[in-house]
Design a protein around this ligand. Sequence first.
Ligand SMILES: C[S@@+](CC[C@H](N)C(=O)[O-])C[C@H]1O[C@@H](n2cnc3c(N)ncnc32)[C@H](O)[C@@H]1O
Length: 292
Amino acid sequence: MQVKSNKINDLIEYYYSELSASYDRPELDAIIKTVFEHYLGIHRNEISLRLDENINQSDLLKIYDCCKALKTRKPVQYVLAEAWFYNFKFYVNEKVLIPRPETEELVTIIVKENPKAESFLDIGTGSGCIPVSIKAILNHTQVSGCDVSKDALLVAKKNAELNNVEVHYFETNILDEDECEKNIKGNFDVIISNPPYIKHSEAKTLPKNVIEFEPHQALFVDGDDDIIFYKKIIDLCKHKLKSKGSLYFELNPLTAGLVHDYAVHTKLFETVELIKDMSGNLRFLKAVKIGL
Ligand SMILES: C[S@@+](CC[C@H](N)C(=O)[O-])C[C@H]1O[C@@H](n2cnc3c(N)ncnc32)[C@H](O)[C@@H]1O
Protein backbone atom coordinates (compact mmCIF):
# COMPACT_ATOMS: atom_id res chain seq x y z
CA MET A 1 0.00 0.00 0.00
CA GLN A 2 1.11 3.59 -0.70
CA VAL A 3 0.57 6.57 1.62
CA LYS A 4 -2.45 8.35 0.04
CA SER A 5 -1.52 11.90 1.01
CA ASN A 6 0.42 13.97 3.55
CA LYS A 7 -2.56 14.00 5.92
CA ILE A 8 -1.96 12.57 9.39
CA ASN A 9 -5.03 10.38 8.98
CA ASP A 10 -3.67 8.76 5.81
CA LEU A 11 -0.33 8.08 7.44
CA ILE A 12 -2.01 6.44 10.40
CA GLU A 13 -4.05 4.29 7.98
CA TYR A 14 -0.79 3.34 6.32
CA TYR A 15 0.70 2.28 9.68
CA TYR A 16 -2.32 0.05 10.42
CA SER A 17 -2.18 -1.56 6.98
CA GLU A 18 1.57 -2.22 7.15
CA LEU A 19 1.90 -3.28 10.79
CA SER A 20 -1.32 -5.04 11.79
CA ALA A 21 0.18 -8.42 10.93
CA SER A 22 3.15 -7.82 13.25
CA TYR A 23 1.52 -6.20 16.31
CA ASP A 24 -1.76 -6.68 18.14
CA ARG A 25 -4.15 -3.74 18.12
CA PRO A 26 -3.51 -2.22 21.59
CA GLU A 27 0.26 -2.44 21.08
CA LEU A 28 0.00 -0.88 17.63
CA ASP A 29 -2.25 1.93 18.92
CA ALA A 30 0.38 2.75 21.56
CA ILE A 31 3.25 2.59 19.04
CA ILE A 32 1.44 4.93 16.63
CA LYS A 33 0.85 7.47 19.38
CA THR A 34 4.52 7.27 20.41
CA VAL A 35 5.79 7.69 16.83
CA PHE A 36 3.52 10.59 15.91
CA GLU A 37 4.15 12.36 19.21
CA HIS A 38 7.90 11.95 18.70
CA TYR A 39 8.10 13.21 15.09
CA LEU A 40 5.32 15.81 15.05
CA GLY A 41 5.57 17.13 18.61
CA ILE A 42 1.81 16.65 19.06
CA HIS A 43 0.72 15.37 22.47
CA ARG A 44 -0.51 11.77 22.11
CA ASN A 45 -4.00 12.69 23.35
CA GLU A 46 -4.36 15.39 20.66
CA ILE A 47 -3.43 13.35 17.61
CA SER A 48 -7.04 12.25 17.02
CA LEU A 49 -8.09 15.92 16.95
CA ARG A 50 -5.63 16.82 14.19
CA LEU A 51 -6.14 14.03 11.68
CA ASP A 52 -6.87 16.42 8.78
CA GLU A 53 -3.58 18.31 9.10
CA ASN A 54 -0.94 17.92 6.40
CA ILE A 55 2.65 17.25 7.47
CA ASN A 56 5.77 18.33 5.63
CA GLN A 57 7.72 16.05 3.31
CA SER A 58 10.70 15.66 5.64
CA ASP A 59 8.52 14.44 8.57
CA LEU A 60 6.60 12.21 6.18
CA LEU A 61 9.81 10.47 5.11
CA LYS A 62 10.95 9.99 8.71
CA ILE A 63 7.62 8.46 9.70
CA TYR A 64 7.67 6.28 6.61
CA ASP A 65 11.22 4.99 7.37
CA CYS A 66 10.20 4.39 10.98
CA CYS A 67 7.36 2.16 9.73
CA LYS A 68 9.85 0.08 7.72
CA ALA A 69 12.01 -0.44 10.82
CA LEU A 70 8.99 -1.32 12.97
CA LYS A 71 7.99 -3.96 10.42
CA THR A 72 11.16 -5.89 11.32
CA ARG A 73 9.86 -5.93 14.97
CA LYS A 74 12.65 -3.61 16.07
CA PRO A 75 11.37 -2.09 19.35
CA VAL A 76 10.03 1.42 18.88
CA GLN A 77 12.39 2.69 21.60
CA TYR A 78 15.42 1.64 19.52
CA VAL A 79 13.90 3.04 16.33
CA LEU A 80 13.35 6.43 17.98
CA ALA A 81 16.53 6.12 20.13
CA GLU A 82 14.42 7.18 23.09
CA ALA A 83 12.70 5.61 26.08
CA TRP A 84 10.75 7.16 28.93
CA PHE A 85 11.43 5.99 32.46
CA TYR A 86 9.97 7.52 35.60
CA ASN A 87 8.94 10.55 33.50
CA PHE A 88 12.55 11.15 32.44
CA LYS A 89 13.72 10.85 28.84
CA PHE A 90 16.54 8.38 28.13
CA TYR A 91 18.64 7.82 25.05
CA VAL A 92 18.76 4.09 24.18
CA ASN A 93 20.51 2.00 21.57
CA GLU A 94 20.89 -1.74 21.05
CA LYS A 95 23.78 -1.92 23.54
CA VAL A 96 21.41 -1.39 26.47
CA LEU A 97 18.25 -3.02 27.75
CA ILE A 98 15.11 -0.95 27.21
CA PRO A 99 14.07 0.19 30.72
CA ARG A 100 11.01 -1.73 31.94
CA PRO A 101 7.96 -0.64 33.99
CA GLU A 102 8.85 -3.15 36.74
CA THR A 103 12.16 -1.33 37.20
CA GLU A 104 10.22 1.93 37.58
CA GLU A 105 8.30 0.23 40.39
CA LEU A 106 11.60 -0.69 42.02
CA VAL A 107 12.85 2.92 41.82
CA THR A 108 9.55 4.11 43.32
CA ILE A 109 10.06 1.80 46.31
CA ILE A 110 13.72 2.79 46.73
CA VAL A 111 13.23 6.57 46.70
CA LYS A 112 10.26 6.29 49.05
CA GLU A 113 12.13 4.12 51.56
CA ASN A 114 15.53 5.86 51.44
CA PRO A 115 14.98 9.62 51.23
CA LYS A 116 17.97 10.34 53.51
CA ALA A 117 20.46 7.76 52.19
CA GLU A 118 23.77 9.35 51.26
CA SER A 119 25.15 6.84 48.77
CA PHE A 120 23.68 4.46 46.21
CA LEU A 121 25.35 1.92 43.91
CA ASP A 122 23.54 0.38 40.93
CA ILE A 123 25.21 -2.81 39.64
CA GLY A 124 24.63 -3.64 35.95
CA THR A 125 23.44 -0.13 35.19
CA GLY A 126 22.73 -0.47 31.43
CA SER A 127 21.11 2.76 30.22
CA GLY A 128 21.64 4.26 33.68
CA CYS A 129 17.88 4.52 34.18
CA ILE A 130 18.09 3.57 37.88
CA PRO A 131 20.90 5.89 39.10
CA VAL A 132 19.87 8.82 36.89
CA SER A 133 16.28 8.70 38.20
CA ILE A 134 17.41 8.36 41.81
CA LYS A 135 19.81 11.28 41.49
CA ALA A 136 17.18 13.42 39.75
CA ILE A 137 14.74 12.77 42.61
CA LEU A 138 17.09 12.73 45.63
CA ASN A 139 19.56 15.32 44.43
CA HIS A 140 21.48 15.61 47.72
CA THR A 141 22.81 12.07 47.38
CA GLN A 142 25.91 10.44 45.81
CA VAL A 143 24.96 7.95 43.12
CA SER A 144 27.19 5.45 41.32
CA GLY A 145 26.59 2.90 38.59
CA CYS A 146 28.76 0.15 37.14
CA ASP A 147 28.58 -2.24 34.22
CA VAL A 148 30.87 -4.71 32.45
CA SER A 149 29.88 -3.21 29.09
CA LYS A 150 31.85 -0.16 27.91
CA ASP A 151 29.14 0.55 25.35
CA ALA A 152 26.43 0.55 28.01
CA LEU A 153 28.49 2.92 30.15
CA LEU A 154 28.71 5.39 27.24
CA VAL A 155 24.92 5.37 27.02
CA ALA A 156 24.56 5.72 30.80
CA LYS A 157 26.91 8.74 30.81
CA LYS A 158 24.98 10.35 28.00
CA ASN A 159 21.76 9.89 30.01
CA ALA A 160 23.23 11.56 33.08
CA GLU A 161 24.10 14.56 30.87
CA LEU A 162 20.72 14.53 29.17
CA ASN A 163 18.98 14.69 32.52
CA ASN A 164 21.45 17.13 33.98
CA VAL A 165 22.57 15.01 36.92
CA GLU A 166 25.93 13.82 38.21
CA VAL A 167 26.42 10.06 38.44
CA HIS A 168 29.77 8.35 39.02
CA TYR A 169 30.09 5.49 36.52
CA PHE A 170 32.80 2.84 36.38
CA GLU A 171 33.50 -0.39 34.57
CA THR A 172 33.68 -3.66 36.48
CA ASN A 173 32.85 -7.32 36.06
CA ILE A 174 30.70 -8.19 39.03
CA LEU A 175 31.54 -11.87 38.70
CA ASP A 176 35.26 -11.19 39.18
CA GLU A 177 36.13 -10.71 42.87
CA ASP A 178 39.53 -9.11 42.24
CA GLU A 179 38.04 -6.57 39.84
CA CYS A 180 35.29 -5.71 42.32
CA GLU A 181 37.82 -5.31 45.12
CA LYS A 182 39.86 -2.93 42.96
CA ASN A 183 37.04 -0.97 41.29
CA ILE A 184 34.29 -0.63 43.89
CA LYS A 185 35.61 2.07 46.21
CA GLY A 186 34.14 2.60 49.68
CA ASN A 187 30.80 1.30 50.88
CA PHE A 188 27.20 2.29 50.28
CA ASP A 189 23.93 2.93 52.11
CA VAL A 190 21.96 1.30 49.31
CA ILE A 191 22.99 -1.28 46.71
CA ILE A 192 20.62 -2.02 43.82
CA SER A 193 20.74 -4.46 40.95
CA ASN A 194 18.59 -5.72 38.11
CA PRO A 195 21.14 -8.25 36.82
CA PRO A 196 20.82 -10.68 33.87
CA TYR A 197 18.46 -13.46 34.97
CA ILE A 198 17.25 -15.45 31.98
CA LYS A 199 18.55 -18.95 31.27
CA HIS A 200 19.71 -19.63 27.69
CA SER A 201 17.20 -22.51 27.64
CA GLU A 202 14.40 -19.94 28.09
CA ALA A 203 15.49 -18.01 24.95
CA LYS A 204 12.86 -19.81 22.84
CA THR A 205 10.10 -18.37 25.01
CA LEU A 206 11.17 -14.75 24.49
CA PRO A 207 9.41 -12.58 21.89
CA LYS A 208 11.29 -11.82 18.66
CA ASN A 209 11.63 -8.11 19.47
CA VAL A 210 13.53 -9.02 22.66
CA ILE A 211 15.68 -11.90 21.45
CA GLU A 212 16.71 -10.29 18.15
CA PHE A 213 17.32 -6.74 19.31
CA GLU A 214 18.11 -6.48 23.02
CA PRO A 215 21.70 -7.17 24.19
CA HIS A 216 22.16 -10.80 25.23
CA GLN A 217 24.73 -9.76 27.82
CA ALA A 218 21.91 -7.89 29.61
CA LEU A 219 19.45 -10.76 29.43
CA PHE A 220 21.15 -14.11 29.88
CA VAL A 221 23.03 -15.93 32.62
CA ASP A 222 25.81 -18.21 31.39
CA GLY A 223 26.63 -21.49 33.08
CA ASP A 224 24.64 -23.74 35.38
CA ASP A 225 23.96 -21.40 38.27
CA ASP A 226 20.87 -19.29 37.42
CA ILE A 227 21.34 -16.96 40.38
CA ILE A 228 25.10 -16.47 40.16
CA PHE A 229 24.77 -12.66 39.78
CA TYR A 230 22.54 -12.43 42.84
CA LYS A 231 24.91 -14.58 44.92
CA LYS A 232 27.95 -12.50 43.95
CA ILE A 233 26.17 -9.25 44.79
CA ILE A 234 24.88 -10.61 48.12
CA ASP A 235 28.44 -11.72 49.00
CA LEU A 236 29.72 -8.28 48.04
CA CYS A 237 27.40 -6.74 50.64
CA LYS A 238 29.68 -8.11 53.37
CA HIS A 239 32.18 -5.31 52.67
CA LYS A 240 30.44 -2.88 50.31
CA LEU A 241 27.07 -2.36 52.04
CA LYS A 242 27.12 -0.30 55.23
CA SER A 243 25.64 -1.79 58.40
CA LYS A 244 21.88 -1.08 58.42
CA GLY A 245 22.22 -0.44 54.66
CA SER A 246 19.67 -1.88 52.20
CA LEU A 247 20.04 -4.19 49.24
CA TYR A 248 17.37 -4.17 46.51
CA PHE A 249 17.06 -6.61 43.60
CA GLU A 250 14.78 -6.95 40.65
CA LEU A 251 14.11 -10.70 40.37
CA ASN A 252 13.03 -13.43 38.03
CA PRO A 253 9.88 -14.73 39.80
CA LEU A 254 10.99 -18.27 38.87
CA THR A 255 14.12 -18.02 41.04
CA ALA A 256 12.95 -15.46 43.64
CA GLY A 257 12.77 -18.12 46.39
CA LEU A 258 16.34 -19.28 45.72
CA VAL A 259 17.71 -15.75 45.94
CA HIS A 260 15.76 -15.15 49.16
CA ASP A 261 17.10 -18.36 50.73
CA TYR A 262 20.67 -17.57 49.73
CA ALA A 263 20.44 -14.10 51.29
CA VAL A 264 19.04 -15.57 54.54
CA HIS A 265 21.72 -18.27 54.61
CA THR A 266 24.59 -15.72 54.56
CA LYS A 267 23.37 -14.29 57.92
CA LEU A 268 24.43 -10.84 56.71
CA PHE A 269 20.93 -9.39 56.98
CA GLU A 270 18.47 -8.72 59.78
CA THR A 271 15.53 -8.88 57.35
CA VAL A 272 15.10 -10.37 53.89
CA GLU A 273 11.80 -9.73 52.18
CA LEU A 274 10.27 -10.62 48.80
CA ILE A 275 7.96 -7.97 47.32
CA LYS A 276 5.32 -8.46 44.61
CA ASP A 277 5.07 -6.22 41.54
CA MET A 278 1.81 -4.68 40.32
CA SER A 279 0.99 -7.88 38.42
CA GLY A 280 1.30 -9.93 41.61
CA ASN A 281 4.63 -11.61 40.71
CA LEU A 282 7.44 -12.00 43.25
CA ARG A 283 9.63 -9.42 41.53
CA PHE A 284 11.76 -7.61 44.13
CA LEU A 285 13.91 -8.42 47.14
CA LYS A 286 14.79 -6.07 49.95
CA ALA A 287 17.36 -7.03 52.57
CA VAL A 288 18.56 -4.84 55.44
CA LYS A 289 22.06 -5.50 56.73
CA ILE A 290 22.61 -6.30 60.39
CA GLY A 291 23.75 -3.27 62.42
CA LEU A 292 27.06 -3.28 64.26
C1 LIG B 1 18.98 -6.66 32.96
S1 LIG B 1 20.18 -5.44 32.47
C2 LIG B 1 19.70 -4.10 33.53
C3 LIG B 1 20.00 -2.75 32.97
C4 LIG B 1 19.40 -1.59 33.79
N1 LIG B 1 19.92 -1.60 35.15
C5 LIG B 1 17.89 -1.66 33.80
O1 LIG B 1 17.34 -2.04 34.85
O2 LIG B 1 17.26 -1.36 32.78
C6 LIG B 1 21.65 -6.10 33.19
C7 LIG B 1 22.91 -5.28 33.01
O3 LIG B 1 24.00 -6.00 33.63
C8 LIG B 1 25.15 -5.85 32.84
N2 LIG B 1 26.07 -6.99 33.10
C9 LIG B 1 26.06 -8.23 32.53
N3 LIG B 1 27.06 -8.97 33.01
C10 LIG B 1 27.73 -8.21 33.92
C11 LIG B 1 28.86 -8.41 34.74
N4 LIG B 1 29.51 -9.59 34.74
N5 LIG B 1 29.29 -7.41 35.53
C12 LIG B 1 28.64 -6.20 35.54
N6 LIG B 1 27.55 -5.94 34.78
C13 LIG B 1 27.08 -6.93 33.97
C14 LIG B 1 24.66 -5.82 31.42
O4 LIG B 1 25.61 -5.21 30.55
C15 LIG B 1 23.34 -5.03 31.58
O5 LIG B 1 23.56 -3.67 31.37
